[in-house]
Write a new protein. Structure first.
Length: 531
């Protein structure tokens, strides 16, 4: 344990301060494709009974009309966030008819790109802007890649924790006010995340195989498991590799996260700098908008990153403007695969481990990153994604080779006092138990989700599709057997009705034409809507 981590844990263990640890916030976003009973993509519209995807705060769509996104409110205890996520799933299933929710990160057997429906948000200008943004994604990356699903984990420490640490660490940080200290501390967390996020891929990666038609004829240097399935024998998360979220235009965008301003500057450049291939496409074709602009990124959220520093935006702000004005409020972890062995896509035990892991990253020393280390971090992540379960796998740490198992166990050992502190505040042992489960995976790769997925696919005849459909059907039966009670049904029905009315009001009250609206968006003068 470093001196800094030891000092901070000692400070937070004080009975006066320890309750602050239970006042941070956790939120979960789960993406999932709607499919029919045969496991083919459902091309039906977003179910009206679920509400309006434009305005509903907890049930929306992501890229495709078929790609649902369930969003839990932020809670002090992640168990409460998962309980809400469970309610959302049960309500959704009560309105899906014969459709299923695909329980994998990698998509089902997809139709031709042209037949994958892009999410539609109504006729309002903001709704059309969201739709045009997705048209741009289709042009830039293809629709197939946009059908990949994941879990996003939102994490924050209570702001009083940052103030406590700031005021206790003396004159070295006196040049920063409390807000700046908090922001730079979250950026330091992100630096550590880039150093150690390979561990999450090993422990929780669950996409070692995919449907053969996902590749669309590309040569991805993968092995054939069956006529409809490709895989890599030691892969953990193909979703996070080159066959997943990958684009050459973004290759030079990875910032070092050495301070908040450098991160903001990097994104600001990307959303304002034209990219010649996109310029050649233009923004309109036959009088129809096909992308918001021709820059490297249409908007900030187009940047594919395993983690994002974030701030809730106010009316009229872009994300980077909010970060610049008020600093970082929380981080969004985006690299987690859907867990096919848990109906919610993430288990409570996994969430408890993430909390310990993210506390380590927040409280541990976080040196500034060099170009050399940045390349090393990227290489380690990529190596674990493609061959993380290879016996004796070596990674690179400060230019030296180190065994994945050895390094992983060292990280878990550094987490032990954090787990103990969180458990002491809760009066439980759940965090320590979560660490023990992950330690077992480091000693036996067969216990990892990726190994279990491959074992079950092989046992079932070698078809990713058959394995995923069976799992999805089992999840459907689980949720349908637990229908929402009367109060839950009434609450969700009311939310759906309210969201539809909100969309109607937006459409009825808008003025001007869409071209002017897009120009206003580019000038950052629109209201608080996520595109």
């Amino acid at each position: 344990m470093t001196d800094l981590l030891n000092r901070r844990l000692t400070l937070l263990a004080d009975t006066q301060h320890r309750p602050l640890l239970s006042r941070g916030l956790r939120g979960i976003e789960r993406e999932t494709l709607r499919v029919d009973q045969f496991g083919d993509l459902a091309t039906t519209p977003h179910p009206v009974a679920l509400g309006a995807a434009l305005t509903h705060q907890q049930i929306t769509t992501d890229y495709s009309e078929s790609l649902l996104e369930f969003i839990s409110p932020a809670e002090n205890d992640v168990a409460d966030a998962l309980a809400r996520l469970d309610q959302i799933h049960r309500f959704a299933y009560s309105n899906l008819g014969d459709e299923l929710l695909w329980n994998q990160s990698m998509p089902c057997h997809l139709p031709a790109d042209a037949e994958i429906p892009i999410a539609y948000f109504g006729t309002s200008h903001i709704g059309m802007l969201k739709h045009v943004y997705r048209r741009g994604l289709a042009l830039r990356y293809g629709k197939t890649m946009q059908c990949i699903a994941g879990i996003h984990y939102n994490f924050s420490l209570n702001e009083e924790v940052w103030k406590l640490l700031h005021h206790s660490e003396g004159p070295a940080d006196s040049k920063l006010n409390d807000r700046q200290y908090q922001s730079e501390s979250y950026i330091a967390l992100v630096r550590n995340f880039r150093r150690y996020s390979w561990l999450l891929m090993y422990l929780f990666g669950a996409s070692p195989a995919l449907a053969s038609n996902f590749l669309r004829g590309r040569n991805a240097q993968m092995e054939k498991l069956s006529d409809d399935t490709f895989y890599l024998p030691y892969a953990t998360s193909l979703r996070m590799g080159d066959v997943g979220y990958h684009n050459s235009a973004q290759a030079g965008l990875t910032p070092h996260y050495n301070d908040l301003q450098s991160y903001i500057d990097s994104l600001a450049r990307a959303v304002s700098e034209p990219y010649p291939p996109y310029v050649a496409m233009g923004t309109q074709r036959d009088g129809e908008w096909i992308q918001i602009n021709t820059n490297i990124l249409q908007i900030e959220n187009e940047y594919y990153s395993a983690i994002r520093p974030k701030r809730v935006i106010n009316s009229g702000e872009r994300p980077i403007q909010a970060l610049s004005a008020r600093g970082v409020q929380y981080v969004e972890v985006r690299c987690m695969d859907i867990d096919p062995f848990d109906p919610l896509g993430i288990s409570l035990q996994t969430a408890r481990f993430l909390d310990v892991f993210l506390h380590l990253l927040a409280l541990e020393e976080s040196p500034l990153t060099s170009d050399f280390e940045g390349a090393e971090n990227t290489a380690n992540f990529s190596t674990v994604v493609r061959q993380g379960r290879m016996p004796g796998l070596q990674l690179q740490r400060a230019g030296q080779r180190v065994g994945l198992q050895q390094w992983g166990i060292e990280l878990l050992d550094r987490m032990l006092p954090i787990a103990a502190l969180l458990d002491a505040e809760m009066g439980s042992s759940v965090h320590a138990e979560a660490l023990q489960v992950q330690r077992a995976k480091l000693h036996d790769a067969a216990l990892t989700p990726s190994a279990r997925v491959l074992a079950e696919i092989r046992a079932g005849g070698g078809s990713f599709h058959d394995f995923a459909l069976a799992r999805s059907s089992a999840d459907a039966a689980y949720f349908k057997a637990r229908k929402p009670d009367r109060a839950e049904q009434a609450e969700f029905n009311a939310m759906a009705v309210t969201s539809i009315e909100q969309q109607r009001q937006i459409e009825a009250s808008q003025t001007g034409d869409f071209d002017t609206f897009v120009a206003a968006y580019r000038a950052s003068t629109l209201g608080n809507f996520s595109v």
